[in-house]
Design a protein around this ligand. Structure first.
Ligand SMILES: C[S@@+](CC[C@H](N)C(=O)[O-])C[C@H]1O[C@@H](n2cnc3c(N)ncnc32)[C@H](O)[C@@H]1O
Length: 280
């Protein structure tokens, strides 16, 4: 087997593992903890209220207000909260997800709000759209699960119209959690040359599980972490790239601080998530 044939078959395995894992909607555990067991409009409203309250900064990173009449692609759909907001703001919405569950949830949401657009199954690594199709791309917590963050960002670039924008959230390799769980590896990573970065899965399942776990308690099959410098390097084809960190969890001593205080004090320095605003 030659190199490209073998990397193709490895990618197929990654996609297959992702399809199985993410078919259970991301956020299912949370929904259960809120007592949500169905997908009625009222249940989804309760889920969204919690979600948007827990991630209040989402609205500052995704320019919903500018979406009216724009063609917007969302990559990685989960429970569909963002899909519904994009459609409600008058965009022509397109959703793309490798797993079937999130696709049907997004289509369900579009129908509920009488939105324009459709969600379809497929991978961002082989996005079934021509070059320069979209005004905006939103990818929250998805590109780092694809197995190839570098190629996923190139696809986002390809799909955007000239001067089109994107909001991409990926996991921070230099967050407080990484420093606590694996300080030496994290500090080494901080010192490494970002230009040498090659997309790779986090081998420590405990680390992947600390970010995404399903109802059975397994971690996501594929998760990539990047530093700010690595992300800026991977996004070097874009004309603009602004990165900010957000999100502090409640583990260890952090449980003694309110979430809003912890996020305000430590989020910008050691937050779990990197929000990247890009312009083609
Ligand atoms: C952690 S969830 C995030 C969902 C949602 N954006 C949110 O913030 O709740 C990751 C999503 O990315 C999707 N995903 C994983 N690999 C993908 C790929 N290659 N192409 C498109 N979507 C993918 C998963 O199926 C899953 O729905």
């Amino acid at each position: 087997m030659n190199g490209s044939a073998s990397s193709e078959s490895i990618q197929k395995q990654v996609d297959q593992a992702n399809r199985a894992f993410w078919n259970e909607l991301c956020g299912t555990g949370l929904a259960q903890s809120l007592g949500i067991t169905d997908d009625s409009v009222e249940s989804l409203r309760r889920f969204d209220e919690w979600y948007l309250d827990f991630y209040p900064y989402l609205k500052t990173h995704i320019p919903f207000e500018s979406f009216a009449g724009q063609k917007v692609l969302e990559v990685g759909l989960g429970y569909g909260t963002v899909a519904q907001r994009i459609a409600e703001h008058g965009a022509a919405y397109f959703g793309l997800d490798v797993a079937a569950g999130p696709v049907s949830m997004a289509n369900r949401r579009l129908a509920d709000v009488n939105g324009t657009g459709v969600a379809i199954g497929g991978s961002i690594l082989e996005a079934p759209f021509p070059d320069a199709t979209f005004d905006y791309v939103v990818a929250i917590g998805s590109l780092h699960h694809t197995g190839a963050l570098d190629r996923a960002l190139s696809e986002v670039y390809r799909l955007l119209k000239p001067s089109g924008g994107a909001t991409v959230m990926v996991y921070n390799a230099i967050s407080y959690r990484q420093l606590i769980l694996n300080p030496i590896k994290t500090l080494r990573r901080k010192m490494s040359d970002p230009a040498q970065y090659v997309s790779h899965n986090e081998t420590d399942e405990r680390m992947r599980r600390a970010y995404d776990a399903n109802a059975a308690g397994s971690g996501a099959p594929q998760t990539e972490f990047v530093t700010r410098a690595e992300l800026a390097h991977l996004a070097r084809d874009f004309s603009r790239c602004e990165i900010s960190a957000e999100n502090i969890g409640g583990e260890s001593v952090l449980r003694y601080l309110s979430r809003s205080t912890a996020c305000r004090l430590f989020g910008p320095h050691l937050g779990l998530d990197l929000y990247c605003r890009l312009v083609k």
